[in-house]
Design a protein around this ligand. Structure first.
Ligand SMILES: [Cu+2]
Length: 426
Protein backbone atom coordinates (compact mmCIF):
# COMPACT_ATOMS: atom_id res chain seq x y z
CA UNK A 1 0.00 0.00 0.00
CA UNK A 2 1.43 3.35 -0.91
CA UNK A 3 0.31 6.70 0.29
CA UNK A 4 1.24 9.72 -1.77
CA UNK A 5 0.55 13.13 -0.43
CA UNK A 6 1.74 16.63 -0.98
CA UNK A 7 1.11 19.28 1.60
CA UNK A 8 -2.54 20.02 1.66
CA UNK A 9 -3.54 17.22 -0.65
CA UNK A 10 -3.80 13.60 0.26
CA UNK A 11 -3.62 12.25 -3.24
CA UNK A 12 -3.55 8.49 -3.21
CA UNK A 13 -4.10 5.57 -0.96
CA UNK A 14 -3.30 2.68 -3.26
CA UNK A 15 -4.10 -0.79 -2.13
CA UNK A 16 -2.31 -3.41 -4.19
CA UNK A 17 -1.90 -2.83 -7.88
CA UNK A 18 -5.52 -3.26 -8.75
CA UNK A 19 -6.80 -0.86 -6.15
CA UNK A 20 -7.44 2.72 -7.05
CA UNK A 21 -7.44 5.60 -4.72
CA UNK A 22 -10.63 6.90 -3.32
CA UNK A 23 -9.98 10.53 -2.88
CA UNK A 24 -11.67 12.99 -0.66
CA UNK A 25 -10.23 16.44 -0.55
CA UNK A 26 -12.27 19.10 1.13
CA UNK A 27 -15.49 17.26 0.57
CA UNK A 28 -14.87 16.61 -3.14
CA UNK A 29 -15.32 12.94 -3.71
CA UNK A 30 -14.79 10.65 -6.63
CA UNK A 31 -17.23 7.93 -7.42
CA UNK A 32 -16.49 4.68 -5.75
CA UNK A 33 -16.62 1.29 -7.34
CA UNK A 34 -16.26 -2.22 -6.06
CA UNK A 35 -12.82 -2.53 -7.67
CA UNK A 36 -11.61 0.07 -5.25
CA UNK A 37 -12.44 -1.94 -2.20
CA UNK A 38 -10.06 -4.03 -0.19
CA UNK A 39 -11.68 -7.31 0.76
CA UNK A 40 -11.04 -8.90 4.13
CA UNK A 41 -12.20 -12.42 4.79
CA UNK A 42 -14.44 -12.30 7.84
CA UNK A 43 -12.74 -13.38 11.01
CA UNK A 44 -9.26 -13.39 9.46
CA UNK A 45 -6.23 -11.36 10.20
CA UNK A 46 -4.67 -9.33 7.40
CA UNK A 47 -1.19 -7.96 7.35
CA UNK A 48 -0.94 -4.67 5.50
CA UNK A 49 2.29 -2.86 4.71
CA UNK A 50 2.23 0.85 4.19
CA UNK A 51 5.04 2.98 2.86
CA UNK A 52 4.91 6.70 2.56
CA UNK A 53 6.11 8.59 -0.43
CA UNK A 54 5.53 12.20 0.29
CA UNK A 55 7.23 15.51 0.51
CA UNK A 56 5.73 16.52 3.80
CA UNK A 57 5.32 14.92 7.22
CA UNK A 58 2.34 12.75 8.00
CA UNK A 59 -0.05 11.21 7.21
CA UNK A 60 -2.00 9.56 9.98
CA UNK A 61 -3.38 6.19 8.96
CA UNK A 62 -6.56 5.15 10.70
CA UNK A 63 -8.95 2.25 10.50
CA UNK A 64 -12.19 3.83 11.55
CA UNK A 65 -15.19 2.77 13.52
CA UNK A 66 -13.96 0.84 16.50
CA UNK A 67 -11.37 -1.14 14.58
CA UNK A 68 -7.95 -0.93 16.10
CA UNK A 69 -4.84 -1.45 14.05
CA UNK A 70 -1.94 -3.40 15.48
CA UNK A 71 1.40 -1.89 14.57
CA UNK A 72 3.57 -4.88 13.86
CA UNK A 73 6.85 -4.14 12.08
CA UNK A 74 8.02 -0.54 11.75
CA UNK A 75 10.79 -0.44 9.09
CA UNK A 76 10.60 -4.24 8.88
CA UNK A 77 11.65 -4.95 12.49
CA UNK A 78 9.12 -6.74 14.60
CA UNK A 79 7.94 -5.13 17.83
CA UNK A 80 5.58 -6.29 20.52
CA UNK A 81 2.36 -5.32 18.83
CA UNK A 82 0.87 -1.98 19.72
CA UNK A 83 -2.88 -1.68 19.49
CA UNK A 84 -3.70 1.83 18.45
CA UNK A 85 -6.47 3.78 16.81
CA UNK A 86 -4.06 5.16 14.23
CA UNK A 87 -0.41 5.67 13.47
CA UNK A 88 1.64 8.39 11.86
CA UNK A 89 4.08 7.46 9.12
CA UNK A 90 6.83 9.81 8.03
CA UNK A 91 8.71 9.97 4.70
CA UNK A 92 11.14 7.06 4.50
CA UNK A 93 9.31 4.86 7.00
CA UNK A 94 7.48 1.60 6.32
CA UNK A 95 4.95 0.20 8.73
CA UNK A 96 3.32 -3.22 8.73
CA UNK A 97 0.11 -3.41 10.62
CA UNK A 98 -2.43 -6.08 11.33
CA UNK A 99 -6.12 -5.65 10.91
CA UNK A 100 -8.43 -8.22 12.44
CA UNK A 101 -11.67 -8.69 10.59
CA UNK A 102 -13.46 -9.27 13.86
CA UNK A 103 -15.76 -6.27 13.96
CA UNK A 104 -19.41 -6.39 13.02
CA UNK A 105 -19.60 -7.66 9.44
CA UNK A 106 -19.83 -4.64 7.22
CA UNK A 107 -17.94 -2.06 5.22
CA UNK A 108 -15.39 0.24 6.79
CA UNK A 109 -12.98 2.92 5.74
CA UNK A 110 -9.22 2.96 5.95
CA UNK A 111 -8.24 6.59 6.09
CA UNK A 112 -5.02 8.51 5.55
CA UNK A 113 -5.38 12.07 6.74
CA UNK A 114 -2.80 14.82 6.56
CA UNK A 115 -1.02 15.89 9.71
CA UNK A 116 -1.97 19.52 9.90
CA UNK A 117 -4.13 21.85 11.92
CA UNK A 118 -7.36 22.24 10.00
CA UNK A 119 -9.39 25.39 9.90
CA UNK A 120 -13.12 25.01 10.20
CA UNK A 121 -14.70 22.80 7.52
CA UNK A 122 -11.29 21.90 6.16
CA UNK A 123 -10.16 18.29 5.84
CA UNK A 124 -7.71 16.49 3.58
CA UNK A 125 -7.76 12.74 3.47
CA UNK A 126 -7.53 9.73 1.21
CA UNK A 127 -9.82 6.82 1.85
CA UNK A 128 -10.00 3.18 0.87
CA UNK A 129 -12.92 0.90 1.54
CA UNK A 130 -12.46 -2.23 3.59
CA UNK A 131 -15.20 -4.63 2.69
CA UNK A 132 -15.94 -7.79 4.66
CA UNK A 133 -16.40 -10.71 2.33
CA UNK A 134 -19.87 -11.66 3.47
CA UNK A 135 -21.14 -8.12 3.95
CA UNK A 136 -23.63 -6.51 1.64
CA UNK A 137 -21.92 -4.25 -0.84
CA UNK A 138 -21.94 -0.77 0.55
CA UNK A 139 -19.96 1.80 -1.36
CA UNK A 140 -20.71 4.73 0.88
CA UNK A 141 -19.54 3.91 4.37
CA UNK A 142 -19.96 6.60 6.94
CA UNK A 143 -17.80 9.60 6.13
CA UNK A 144 -14.87 10.35 8.32
CA UNK A 145 -14.19 13.66 9.97
CA UNK A 146 -11.09 14.98 11.66
CA UNK A 147 -13.02 15.05 14.90
CA UNK A 148 -13.75 11.36 15.39
CA UNK A 149 -11.68 11.09 18.56
CA UNK A 150 -13.11 14.31 19.98
CA UNK A 151 -16.62 12.99 19.80
CA UNK A 152 -15.74 9.49 20.94
CA UNK A 153 -15.88 8.67 24.62
CA UNK A 154 -12.67 6.66 24.32
CA UNK A 155 -9.28 8.35 24.14
CA UNK A 156 -7.58 7.46 20.84
CA UNK A 157 -4.04 6.11 20.98
CA UNK A 158 -1.82 7.36 18.15
CA UNK A 159 1.51 5.74 17.41
CA UNK A 160 4.69 7.53 16.26
CA UNK A 161 3.76 11.16 16.93
CA UNK A 162 6.48 13.71 16.11
CA UNK A 163 5.42 15.57 19.25
CA UNK A 164 4.82 14.67 22.86
CA UNK A 165 1.11 15.29 23.10
CA UNK A 166 -1.99 16.49 21.31
CA UNK A 167 -4.06 19.47 22.45
CA UNK A 168 -6.33 18.10 25.16
CA UNK A 169 -9.53 18.77 23.23
CA UNK A 170 -8.49 16.27 20.54
CA UNK A 171 -8.84 13.36 22.97
CA UNK A 172 -5.77 11.60 21.56
CA UNK A 173 -2.65 10.39 23.31
CA UNK A 174 0.70 9.59 21.77
CA UNK A 175 2.59 6.31 21.86
CA UNK A 176 6.19 6.76 20.76
CA UNK A 177 9.35 4.72 20.32
CA UNK A 178 10.17 4.99 24.04
CA UNK A 179 7.10 2.82 24.59
CA UNK A 180 8.08 0.10 22.14
CA UNK A 181 9.79 -3.23 22.80
CA UNK A 182 11.55 -5.18 20.10
CA UNK A 183 10.27 -8.64 19.35
CA UNK A 184 12.45 -9.18 16.31
CA UNK A 185 14.08 -12.61 16.04
CA UNK A 186 17.34 -11.03 14.85
CA UNK A 187 17.45 -8.35 17.51
CA UNK A 188 20.51 -8.55 19.74
CA UNK A 189 20.97 -5.48 21.93
CA UNK A 190 24.01 -7.09 23.56
CA UNK A 191 25.91 -6.15 20.40
CA UNK A 192 25.60 -2.46 21.25
CA UNK A 193 26.46 -2.74 24.94
CA UNK A 194 29.91 -1.45 25.68
CA UNK A 195 31.75 0.78 28.11
CA UNK A 196 33.68 2.24 25.21
CA UNK A 197 31.11 4.03 23.16
CA UNK A 198 31.96 6.74 20.66
CA UNK A 199 29.35 9.46 20.95
CA UNK A 200 28.61 12.11 18.32
CA UNK A 201 26.03 14.91 18.16
CA UNK A 202 24.31 15.83 14.89
CA UNK A 203 21.88 18.74 14.74
CA UNK A 204 19.39 18.45 11.86
CA UNK A 205 17.84 21.89 11.59
CA UNK A 206 17.65 25.22 9.73
CA UNK A 207 20.00 27.45 11.71
CA UNK A 208 21.33 30.67 10.21
CA UNK A 209 21.11 34.43 10.12
CA UNK A 210 20.44 37.33 7.77
CA UNK A 211 17.92 35.33 5.79
CA UNK A 212 20.33 32.47 5.11
CA UNK A 213 18.91 29.46 6.92
CA UNK A 214 19.45 26.42 4.70
CA UNK A 215 18.86 22.84 5.74
CA UNK A 216 22.03 21.64 7.41
CA UNK A 217 23.63 19.15 9.76
CA UNK A 218 25.71 20.83 12.46
CA UNK A 219 25.53 24.00 10.38
CA UNK A 220 26.92 22.32 7.24
CA UNK A 221 24.69 22.68 4.20
CA UNK A 222 25.47 19.54 2.23
CA UNK A 223 27.16 19.96 -1.13
CA UNK A 224 26.86 16.65 -2.99
CA UNK A 225 30.18 15.48 -4.45
CA UNK A 226 30.41 15.70 -8.23
CA UNK A 227 31.98 12.24 -8.48
CA UNK A 228 31.02 8.87 -7.02
CA UNK A 229 32.30 9.18 -3.45
CA UNK A 230 32.71 5.44 -2.96
CA UNK A 231 34.44 4.64 -6.25
CA UNK A 232 36.73 7.69 -6.41
CA UNK A 233 37.36 8.59 -2.76
CA UNK A 234 40.55 10.56 -3.41
CA UNK A 235 38.74 13.01 -5.67
CA UNK A 236 36.12 14.11 -3.15
CA UNK A 237 36.73 17.53 -1.69
CA UNK A 238 35.69 17.13 1.92
CA UNK A 239 37.06 20.52 2.99
CA UNK A 240 34.74 22.18 5.47
CA UNK A 241 37.22 24.64 6.95
CA UNK A 242 34.82 27.57 6.63
CA UNK A 243 32.40 25.93 9.05
CA UNK A 244 32.62 26.52 12.75
CA UNK A 245 30.24 26.71 15.66
CA UNK A 246 29.05 30.20 14.72
CA UNK A 247 29.11 29.95 10.91
CA UNK A 248 26.82 28.21 8.45
CA UNK A 249 28.68 26.98 5.39
CA UNK A 250 28.20 24.78 2.36
CA UNK A 251 30.53 21.82 1.94
CA UNK A 252 30.63 18.06 1.50
CA UNK A 253 30.26 17.29 5.18
CA UNK A 254 31.54 13.87 6.18
CA UNK A 255 32.48 12.24 9.43
CA UNK A 256 34.75 9.22 9.38
CA UNK A 257 33.90 6.52 11.85
CA UNK A 258 35.82 3.43 12.82
CA UNK A 259 38.88 4.20 10.79
CA UNK A 260 40.65 1.01 11.78
CA UNK A 261 37.53 -1.11 11.62
CA UNK A 262 37.45 -2.32 15.18
CA UNK A 263 33.66 -2.79 15.12
CA UNK A 264 33.21 -0.02 17.63
CA UNK A 265 29.86 0.90 19.11
CA UNK A 266 28.61 4.31 18.04
CA UNK A 267 26.05 6.41 19.83
CA UNK A 268 24.59 9.21 17.72
CA UNK A 269 22.63 11.93 19.46
CA UNK A 270 20.47 13.28 16.65
CA UNK A 271 19.08 16.64 17.68
CA UNK A 272 16.64 19.16 16.25
CA UNK A 273 17.34 22.07 18.55
CA UNK A 274 18.32 25.72 18.78
CA UNK A 275 17.18 28.61 16.61
CA UNK A 276 16.85 26.36 13.54
CA UNK A 277 14.38 23.91 15.04
CA UNK A 278 10.90 24.05 13.60
CA UNK A 279 9.88 21.04 11.53
CA UNK A 280 10.37 17.52 12.82
CA UNK A 281 12.78 15.54 10.64
CA UNK A 282 12.59 11.85 9.71
CA UNK A 283 16.31 11.06 9.65
CA UNK A 284 17.50 8.05 7.67
CA UNK A 285 20.87 6.33 7.87
CA UNK A 286 21.99 4.20 4.94
CA UNK A 287 23.97 1.01 5.47
CA UNK A 288 22.65 0.22 8.94
CA UNK A 289 19.70 -0.35 11.10
CA UNK A 290 20.08 1.09 14.57
CA UNK A 291 18.65 0.64 18.03
CA UNK A 292 16.46 3.49 19.27
CA UNK A 293 17.69 4.07 22.82
CA UNK A 294 15.81 7.24 23.72
CA UNK A 295 13.47 9.84 22.25
CA UNK A 296 13.22 13.18 24.04
CA UNK A 297 10.78 15.98 23.32
CA UNK A 298 10.67 19.72 23.87
CA UNK A 299 8.47 21.10 26.63
CA UNK A 300 4.76 21.35 25.88
CA UNK A 301 2.15 23.26 27.85
CA UNK A 302 -0.93 21.57 29.21
CA UNK A 303 -2.77 22.32 25.99
CA UNK A 304 -0.24 20.54 23.81
CA UNK A 305 1.47 23.68 22.50
CA UNK A 306 5.26 23.96 22.27
CA UNK A 307 6.57 26.23 25.01
CA UNK A 308 8.73 29.03 23.50
CA UNK A 309 12.42 28.32 24.15
CA UNK A 310 11.40 24.99 25.62
CA UNK A 311 13.67 22.90 23.39
CA UNK A 312 16.08 20.32 24.75
CA UNK A 313 18.90 22.86 24.34
CA UNK A 314 17.44 24.41 27.50
CA UNK A 315 17.06 21.05 29.26
CA UNK A 316 19.40 18.07 28.71
CA UNK A 317 21.70 19.69 26.14
CA UNK A 318 23.78 22.83 26.07
CA UNK A 319 24.71 24.77 22.93
CA UNK A 320 27.78 26.89 23.70
CA UNK A 321 27.38 29.25 20.72
CA UNK A 322 25.61 32.57 21.22
CA UNK A 323 23.69 32.30 17.92
CA UNK A 324 21.79 29.16 18.92
CA UNK A 325 23.05 27.25 15.86
CA UNK A 326 23.75 24.25 18.12
CA UNK A 327 26.40 22.84 15.79
CA UNK A 328 28.58 21.94 18.75
CA UNK A 329 26.09 20.57 21.26
CA UNK A 330 27.02 18.76 24.46
CA UNK A 331 25.26 17.17 27.38
CA UNK A 332 24.50 19.73 30.06
CA UNK A 333 25.51 17.13 32.61
CA UNK A 334 29.05 16.16 31.67
CA UNK A 335 28.74 12.81 33.37
CA UNK A 336 26.37 11.74 30.56
CA UNK A 337 29.16 12.05 27.99
CA UNK A 338 30.30 9.09 25.86
CA UNK A 339 27.27 6.92 26.18
CA UNK A 340 26.50 7.47 29.87
CA UNK A 341 23.02 8.99 29.44
CA UNK A 342 21.18 7.63 32.49
CA UNK A 343 17.86 6.93 30.79
CA UNK A 344 18.54 4.68 27.82
CA UNK A 345 16.13 1.92 26.92
CA UNK A 346 17.88 -1.36 27.65
CA UNK A 347 14.69 -3.39 27.64
CA UNK A 348 14.79 -4.78 24.09
CA UNK A 349 15.12 -1.43 22.30
CA UNK A 350 13.38 -1.30 18.91
CA UNK A 351 15.37 -1.23 15.67
CA UNK A 352 14.77 1.26 12.86
CA UNK A 353 16.54 2.79 9.90
CA UNK A 354 14.51 6.01 9.81
CA UNK A 355 13.48 7.85 12.95
CA UNK A 356 11.56 11.04 13.51
CA UNK A 357 13.53 13.72 15.36
CA UNK A 358 10.91 15.81 17.13
CA UNK A 359 11.08 19.57 16.85
CA UNK A 360 13.08 20.79 19.85
CA UNK A 361 13.96 17.23 20.81
CA UNK A 362 16.57 14.55 20.30
CA UNK A 363 16.86 10.83 19.61
CA UNK A 364 19.71 8.61 20.74
CA UNK A 365 20.59 5.72 18.47
CA UNK A 366 23.26 3.04 18.75
CA UNK A 367 24.79 0.74 16.18
CA UNK A 368 27.90 -1.30 15.66
CA UNK A 369 30.21 -0.08 12.91
CA UNK A 370 30.38 -3.40 11.10
CA UNK A 371 29.50 -2.36 7.57
CA UNK A 372 32.28 -0.41 5.81
CA UNK A 373 30.93 2.03 3.26
CA UNK A 374 30.15 5.61 2.31
CA UNK A 375 26.71 6.13 3.77
CA UNK A 376 24.34 9.01 3.27
CA UNK A 377 22.73 10.21 6.51
CA UNK A 378 19.89 12.61 5.79
CA UNK A 379 16.46 13.99 6.47
CA UNK A 380 14.01 12.03 4.32
CA UNK A 381 11.84 15.03 3.49
CA UNK A 382 13.01 15.78 -0.06
CA UNK A 383 12.70 19.53 0.34
CA UNK A 384 14.99 19.42 3.35
CA UNK A 385 17.69 17.09 2.10
CA UNK A 386 17.97 18.75 -1.30
CA UNK A 387 18.29 22.00 0.64
CA UNK A 388 21.36 20.61 2.41
CA UNK A 389 20.09 18.57 5.36
CA UNK A 390 22.33 15.57 4.87
CA UNK A 391 25.89 14.36 5.29
CA UNK A 392 28.19 11.42 4.67
CA UNK A 393 29.15 8.82 7.25
CA UNK A 394 32.40 7.41 5.92
CA UNK A 395 32.69 4.09 7.69
CA UNK A 396 35.94 2.16 7.92
CA UNK A 397 37.48 3.62 4.74
CA UNK A 398 40.48 1.31 5.01
CA UNK A 399 38.21 -1.71 4.87
CA UNK A 400 35.91 -0.66 2.07
CA UNK A 401 36.13 -3.20 -0.76
CA UNK A 402 37.59 -1.67 -3.90
CA UNK A 403 35.39 -1.31 -6.95
CA UNK A 404 36.30 -3.66 -9.84
CA UNK A 405 39.02 -2.64 -12.27
CA UNK A 406 37.64 -0.60 -15.15
CA UNK A 407 34.64 0.40 -13.08
CA UNK A 408 33.14 3.40 -14.88
CA UNK A 409 34.38 6.72 -13.60
CA UNK A 410 32.51 9.97 -13.65
CA UNK A 411 33.36 13.58 -13.16
CA UNK A 412 31.90 16.99 -13.63
CA UNK A 413 32.62 18.62 -16.97
CA UNK A 414 31.64 21.65 -18.91
CA UNK A 415 29.81 21.11 -22.14
CA UNK A 416 31.86 22.95 -24.82
CA UNK A 417 28.91 24.66 -26.44
CA UNK A 418 27.61 25.79 -23.08
CA UNK A 419 31.08 26.89 -21.99
CA UNK A 420 31.55 29.09 -25.08
CA UNK A 421 28.17 30.67 -24.54
CA UNK A 422 28.80 31.17 -20.84
CA UNK A 423 32.22 32.75 -21.31
CA UNK A 424 30.89 34.99 -24.08
CA UNK A 425 28.45 36.42 -21.57
CA UNK A 426 30.96 37.32 -18.89
CU1 LIG B 1 13.62 17.50 7.48
Amino acid sequence: MIYTGQGKQAVHLKIEEKGKAVRSDNGKEFERSLEETFILADGYKSRIVIAVNGRFPGPTITARENQEVKVHRPDGFEIEKKEVESFIIHPGERIDFLLNADSKIGTYLLVAETLEVYSENEYHAAEAIIHYKTADIQLTPQKVTPHTCESSGITCRVFNCPFNQYPSKENRICVNFNNVTSNDPNSNPDEIKSDEVVEMFFNFAFPGENGYTPGSVNGHQFLPPTIAAYAQPDLVDYTCDACNASTICECTYAVTIDKDNKDKIYQFVITNIGGGANWSHPVHLHGHSFYVMKMAFATYDSDGQLVPNGGQDTIDIICPDSKKFCSDAKWRNESWTNGKHPDLNWHNPPQKDTIIIPSGGYVIIRFKADNPGVWFFHCHIDLHNTNGMGMIINESPNSQPKVPNNFPKCNSFENDAWKDKYHAQI
